[in-house]
Design a protein around this ligand. Structure first.
Ligand SMILES: NC(=O)c1ccc[n+]([C@@H]2O[C@H](COP(=O)([O-])OP(=O)(O)OC[C@H]3O[C@@H](n4cnc5c(N)ncnc54)[C@H](OP(=O)(O)O)[C@@H]3O)[C@@H](O)[C@H]2O)c1
Length: 335
């Protein structure tokens, strides 16, 4: 049995869908049923249930966005830094393997070959960098799992949210029976508020940036495949290979979904930070080759985006299908 924590969240639901799709035995535990953030509660539960794997998809990323974490620091710290440590201790004491959902946003920029040398470019919106990327994407090498976070409390600036995610990775470490799975700007075909593709269609203005991103169902499947293949424990960047600009994504949205609205962009980051957001945002490219070396192949980011847009399920359709399925199956309830 697999124990899934944070099952009611977006990433938790993606794990739930994958586990159900493959008929896997799992328990989607919610704080409503058991306050798993309490050490004794979780310890007793794990000792009694003896799961083969614990997945930690719980966390606090703010509503409607990470700016909220700047104001809810205790909640953010508890969920993103304290809870993973509690889970880690429980799993160590019960000798239970576990996986923690982290974030690629602990990096800013990319490693780039410039003048024959590999150096870190922290700001991908720096003049000339985007031009270089569009002409020579092969010069851009993403951050690997060996690179230290360069957006963290140790390496500011960073948002409070990102700081807690980097701190959790540091505290969990890589010496135990645990995975750290990094997801980045999740998306899929479901028109829901957390989805990058929904967000881009709702923002009054868009920041044109460059990122590695994760199709969330591919992400959940890849994490489970690492476990099934008994890939070595440790950190994995779980993103769809490649990097993509928000402008390219918007163009794909326009071509496929033909929305009636026009899309505007912030002039530059100066205007974006002055008028749109409070906390620093990261934009980064990650290297997914470790995942591939472990035998887990994710489709490219452009394939995943095209597929999500082709199969786009507008919010209204989702609402109706949810209503139908709740009438149809009274048994399907999270614990
Ligand atoms: N969404 C993203 O864009 C994104 C990107 C990168 C990384 N991540 C990471 O992925 C993990 C899950 O994120 P998500 O987007 O799925 O978040 P979410 O939709 O807000 O769900 C998180 C779940 O965590 C549980 N939880 C435990 N302690 C909590 C607390 N103190 N406050 C709020 N929720 C708490 C809740 O489940 P129960 O109440 O049912 O237990 C909640 O449903 C987080 O670690 C996040 O940092 C997310």
């Amino acid at each position: 049995m697999i124990l899934l924590l944070g099952a009611t969240g977006h990433i938790g639901q993606a794990f739930g869908r994958e586990l159900r799709r493959h008929g896997r035995c799992f328990v989607p535990l919610s704080r409503r049923t058991l306050d798993y953030t309490n050490f004794e509660n979780l310890f007793d539960y794990v000792r009694g249930m003896k799961p083969e794997l614990v997945i930690n998809a719980a966390g606090y990323s703010g509503r409607p966005n990470i700016d909220d974490c700047e104001f809810n620091r205790i909640e953010t710290f508890q969920a993103n830094a304290v809870l993973p440590e509690v889970i880690g201790r429980v799993c160590q004491m019960t000798r239970t393997p576990w996986g923690h959902v982290s974030s690629g946003s602990i990096y800013s920029g990319a490693r780039v070959f410039e003048n024959g040398e590999l150096s870190i470019v922290r700001d991908l919106n720096r003049p000339g960098v985007r031009q270089l990327h569009s002409e020579h994407p092969e010069l851009f090498v993403g951050f690997s799992e060996l690179d230290e976070a360069n957006a963290s409390f140790r390496c500011p600036p960073c948002s409070f949210y990102v700081g807690t995610k980097a701190l959790a990775e540091e505290r969990i470490g890589t010496g135990g029976q645990n995975y750290i799975w990094r997801v980045r700007m999740p998306f899929n075909e479901r028109d829901e508020p957390w989805n990058l593709l929904t967000k881009l269609q709702c923002y009054p203005r868009i920041r044109d940036d460059l990122n590695s991103i994760s199709q969330v169902d591919d992400f959940a499947l890849a994490c489970l495949q690492l476990w099934d293949r008994q890939a070595p424990f440790g950190i994995y960047n779980v993103i769809n290979p490649g990097a993509v600009t928000t402008r390219e994504i918007v163009e794909m949205i326009q071509r496929t979904l033909c929305p009636e609205r026009a899309f505007d962009y912030w002039l530059d980051d100066e205007e974006f930070y002055r008028r749109a957001v409070q906390a620093p945002r990261t934009s980064c490219i990650l290297d997914a080759s470790k995942l591939l070396r472990a035998g887990v192949k994710m489709r490219t980011v452009r394939e995943a985006l095209a597929d999500s847009l082709r199969n786009w399920q507008p919010a209204e359709e989702l609402r109706i299908s949810r209503k139908k399925s709740s009438f149809g199956d009274g048994r399907a309830r999270d614990r």
